[in-house]
Design a protein around this ligand. Structure first.
Ligand code: TLP
Length: 345
């Protein structure tokens, strides 16, 4: 039976070229700075992002954690959107491990914050207040629906933060999806932020890894924090080698994932009982609401028929990626439509 795993782009497997590169990777001890494959990946990433330096980390969560800890200390605060992944889905790491307080600002339907709200939230120096140490944006924005912030959007936030001498971090787990959607170089999207984390293990299809990028001085701090959280790896070139292949070969193809997401969204929109706003679809995350008397049972039936994703909640997310073909989308729409009819009386 065909299996279509739409739960996340994190489920992707490496390409044959990546496996070959991993097999043949030149390696060394990265804590000594001696792993040629890690060094190559970091140099490539910094160059693509238009930043001075980069550091390889194990995951997006570690990337954001280390990035924030390199900006903020105990009793400081991070200002970010109320739907930010760092706030909602990283187990409160920056607060648990760094003593950093969260101050949230409403995210609109595109995942944007109102720059005036950000300006108002930044604290002046005063004995009563936490020090605002960093403002964070997310691009693409997962909670908002894989939506894209333009370089101009990011600049609006960065300008108010920088006016108050506060640096800006971007959770760019899927920033290459944003770049592909805007048909812009990724460096333009991160031009106004001081640090950025992007993930290799999502749409870029690597098995493991994320990269933090920023100035030389900042990345030296991030390396220190990576060590503190136990994230410095040794012969990490084995996995970094896949990242090198990904940056060379896997970016432009994400346009196919976006086209498949569009096809999926259009098909789902035809089904009575599904609410989907085609305007909200920017990249590879397809969010929709589902009116069904027993969503858990419906999801189970879909899973039995090879379509993975969904659950008891009203808002479902299907994610397209390297492991999903156009035929998989046709299959999904057929299975979804027939199972929906069968189970709704
Ligand atoms: N997101 C995962 C899950 O956490 C839900 C997913 O399937 O989308 N930033 C953003 C915007 C993310 O979406 C994620 C992962 C991360 C950071 C964390 O990355 P990992 O999972 O590598 O720690």
């Amino acid at each position: 039976m065909r299996q279509v795993d739409l739960r996340s782009d994190t489920v992707t497997h490496p390409t044959p070229e990546m496996r070959q590169a991993m097999f043949e990777a030149d390696i060394g001890d990265d804590v000594y700075g001696e792993d040629p494959s890690v060094n190559r990946l970091e140099a490539m990433a910094a160059e693509r992002l238009g930043k001075e330096a980069a550091v390889f980390v194990a995951s997006g969560t570690m990337g954001n954690l280390v990035s924030v800890l390199a900006h903020a200390g105990r009793g400081d605060e991070i200002i970010l959107g109320d739907k930010a992944h760092i706030f909602r889905s990283e187990a409160g790491g920056v607060s648990a491990l760094g003593g950093v307080a969260f101050q949230t600002i409403p995210n609109d339907e595109r995942g944007m914050m109102d720059p005036d709200d950000v300006a108002d939230a930044i604290k002046p120096a005063n004995v009563h207040f936490t020090r605002t140490a960093v403002v964070a944006v997310e691009n693409t924005h997962n909670g908002a629906g894989g939506t894209v912030l333009s370089p101009e959007d990011v600049k609006l936030i960065a300008d108010v933060a920088h006016a108050a001498d506060v640096p800006v971090h971007m959770d760019g787990a899927r920033v290459f999806n944003a770049a592909v959607a805007l048909e812009a170089p990724v460096s333009e999207l991160v031009r106004d932020v001081d640090s950025v984390t992007f993930c290799l293990s999502k749409g870029l299809a690597c098995p493991v890894g994320s990269v933090i990028s920023g100035s030389e001085e900042y990345i030296a701090q991030a390396r220190k924090w990576r060590k503190i959280v136990g994230g410095s790896m040794r012969q990490a070139g084995i996995i970094a080698a896949a990242g090198v292949v990904a940056l060379d070969t896997m970016v432009d193809r994400m346009a196919d994932d976006h086209a498949n997401a569009r096809k999926l969204a259009n098909g789902l929109a035809e089904i009575d009982g599904i609410t989907i706003d085609p305007e909200s679809l920017h990249t590879n995350l397809v969010f929709f609401e589902i009116a069904h008397p027993d969503r858990s049972a419906f999801a189970r039936k879909l899973n039995e028929r090879g379509v993975l994703g969904g659950g008891p909640q009203k808002r479902w997310r299907y994610v397209t990626h390297y492991g999903i073909t156009e035929e998989d989308i046709d299959y999904t729409l057929d299975v979804f439509t027939s199972t929906f009819k069968e189970t709704v009386s």
